[in-house]
Design a protein around this ligand. Structure first.
Ligand SMILES: [Zn+2]
Length: 265
């Protein structure tokens, strides 16, 4: 395998500062392919809230869900996530929240923090019969558009009919345009056999006093009137214990959580 060709094809860059590029460079350059066979006994993963695709499909069927939105994340939920998730709950039968709990880069939220916050969000705020939470045990590649394709296939395999792709999906730094992942996945929608729910970049608008996007608020072009809301920014707020976080994030989601274990070190 020509490693440089492989890396450039997946990540669009050979820059070793890209966490996916550096990880691939560290791994073996031997690759195998062939028919896939499922061998994980998912009962051993139950403690980590993992569902096998056969199990998620059975649960969707049991609940009578015809339309299911898959939601990928690697972050503790903030209000922009909620905004998107509530729209999914409004329009579709069910929401399948599936955070990546495998290897992530230093500075990302730990899987424990993500699980803790989602458990509280579901216990305290979301309807009991519309949401299923299940960790996804794969590592983040930070490959942006190509990873959006992979994530779409994975969720299709779990039985989702729709998949949410927001701004800079699976991106890192400034390697990808903020809507590049969305538009690539959209262009392969019929082959992927899953509908892409393309959400615009969310902001908190200080005039509308709610989460908005450029499609439903007239203030988003004025950076003085809107606050960006992203996982990166949320990490900064939580680390520096900012006072302005209440419009962006529910602090009670991390009640009882050891903040020393918030981020991967
Ligand atoms: Zn506004």
């Amino acid at each position: 395998m020509n490693e440089k060709y492989l890396i450039k094809s997946i990540y669009g860059t050979l820059d070793e500062k890209h966490p996916g590029v550096s990880q691939t460079m560290l791994s073996s350059s031997d690759y195998i392919s062939g028919d896939l066979e499922s061998f994980i006994d998912s009962t051993t993963w139950k403690v980590l809230n993992y569902f096998h695709p056969q199990e998620s499909k059975a649960i969707f069927k049991d609940r009578g869900w015809q339309t299911i939105a898959g939601f990928q994340t690697r972050n503790v939920p903030h209000f922009a996530h909620e905004y998107i998730q509530r729209i999914c709950m409004e329009l579709l039968d069910g929401l399948f929240i599936q955070p990546i709990l495998g290897h992530k880069k230093i500075g990302d939220f730990t899987p424990e923090a993500v699980s803790h916050a989602y458990k509280n969000l579901m216990d305290r705020y979301y309807p009991k019969d519309k949401v299923i939470y299940s960790g996804l045990y794969t590592h983040m590649r930070y490959a942006g558009p190509k990873e959006a394709i992979l994530h779409s296939i994975l969720r299709r395999n779990y039985g989702c009919t729709h998949f949410v792709i927001g701004r800079d999906h699976a991106g890192v730094g400034n390697y990808y345009g903020i809507y590049e992942a969305q538009s690539l996945a959209k262009s392969y929608e019929s082959e992927l056999d899953i509908k892409i729910l393309a959400f615009s970049e969310p902001f908190y608008c200080t005039v509308c006093k709610t989460i908005v996007t450029k499609n439903n608020c007239q203030h988003t072009s004025n950076p003085k009137l809107v606050t960006q809301i992203s996982g990166t920014q949320l990490r900064d707020i939580l680390i520096h214990n900012g006072d302005d976080s209440s419009v962006l994030f529910r602090k009670d989601l991390l009640d009882g959580f050891d903040m020393e274990r918030l981020l991967i070190k």
